[in-house]
Design a protein around this ligand. Structure first.
Ligand SMILES: NC(=O)c1ccc[n+]([C@@H]2O[C@H](COP(=O)([O-])OP(=O)(O)OC[C@H]3O[C@@H](n4cnc5c(N)ncnc54)[C@H](O)[C@@H]3O)[C@@H](O)[C@H]2O)c1
Length: 252
């Protein structure tokens, strides 16, 4: 019960098969309570009901992660319901895939705002809260595309590479206040975002799996396990690190 008495905010948590909800489910299974946020209010209500059916406690807040004032409202609602917050998972993300000549400025800006500026907004707010309440743990969901170059990922890689180094800088800034900040780097995980990426790239599932040393793609719960580890006291001496969960994809 690593999360007993603890509250964790997870962004992008409405997607039933997504990494955000898989992470939240782990927290609930181990005794914690969760604040689930997402753009999609209807799906969010369904996820809150799922947590309650498990016997857990969840608050759903409809929020676009790029909205700074909305972040204040998320934290205010979280503390009103559960008291202090102990963890944050910056998970919400989109994929804007295009060869650079086709990448219009509006596409670039939206990709950077949703995947990277949002992480700055969430960390800025929660680090203040954690400093005032004795510490906390932040997990930023990056990608293997934040570690190595990938075709058609100019904006996506820039956003995820930015999250990787922002994470390390924040870890330096707040370690002595008991705040840990780490990033997780998924490879190919069977979620909705992956379906979009594959459709856009006409990707073939068998060929993708064959390129992974473990011979298969991941399910979201395998990422949830990694996020839960970093959130928990099992990772009490881990900060500023990048946990790659990619079946060996970037080991070759
Ligand atoms: N699935 C993969 O293969 C993979 C690989 C590497 C990294 N990732 C990263 O993992 C994270 C989670 O993705 P997933 O695979 O679970 O995808 P998903 O599409 O299942 O979930 C993403 C969620 O984010 C929400 N979202 C999108 N824009 C938002 C916004 N502006 N404000 C609030 N919520 C918003 C969506 O509504 C959705 O519920 C993303 O950051 C993604 O880039 C995924």
């Amino acid at each position: 019960m690593r999360f007993e008495g603890r509250t964790v905010i997870v962004t992008g948590a409405a997607s039933a098969k997504g990494i955000g909800f898989a992470s939240a489910r782990r927290v609930v299974q181990e005794g914690g309570q969760v604040v689930l946020t997402d753009l999609d209010g209807e799906a969010l209500a369904a996820r809150v009901a799922e947590v309650e059916a498990m016997g857990g406690a969840a608050l759903g807040v409809t929020h676009d992660v790029t909205d700074a004032a909305g972040w204040d409202a998320v934290l205010a609602q979280a503390t009103a319901r559960f008291g202090r917050v102990h963890g944050l998972v910056n998970n919400a993300g989109i994929t804007v895939l295009a060869m650079v000549e086709a990448l219009e400025p509006a596409m670039w800006h939206r990709q950077i705002e949703v995947n990277m500026t949002s992480v700055y907004l969430g960390c800025r707010l929660l680090i203040g809260h954690f400093r005032a309440h004795g510490g906390g743990s932040i997990v930023n969901v990056s990608s293997v595309a934040g570690l190595v170059g990938m075709r058609r990922c100019t904006a996506y890689s820039a956003s995820k590479g930015g999250v990787r180094l922002m994470t390390k800088t924040l870890a330096l800034e707040c370690g002595t206040d008991g705040i840990r900040v780490n990033s997780v780097h998924p490879g190919v995980v069977e979620t909705d975002i992956q379906k979009v990426a594959r459709r856009d790239a006409s990707g073939d599932s068998a060929a993708i799996a064959a390129a992974v040393p473990l011979g298969r793609t991941a399910v979201a719960d395998e990422l949830g396990a990694a996020v839960a580890f970093l959130l928990s006291d099992d990772a009490s001496y881990v900060t500023g690190t990048e946990l790659v969960v990619d079946g060996g994809l970037t080991a070759q």
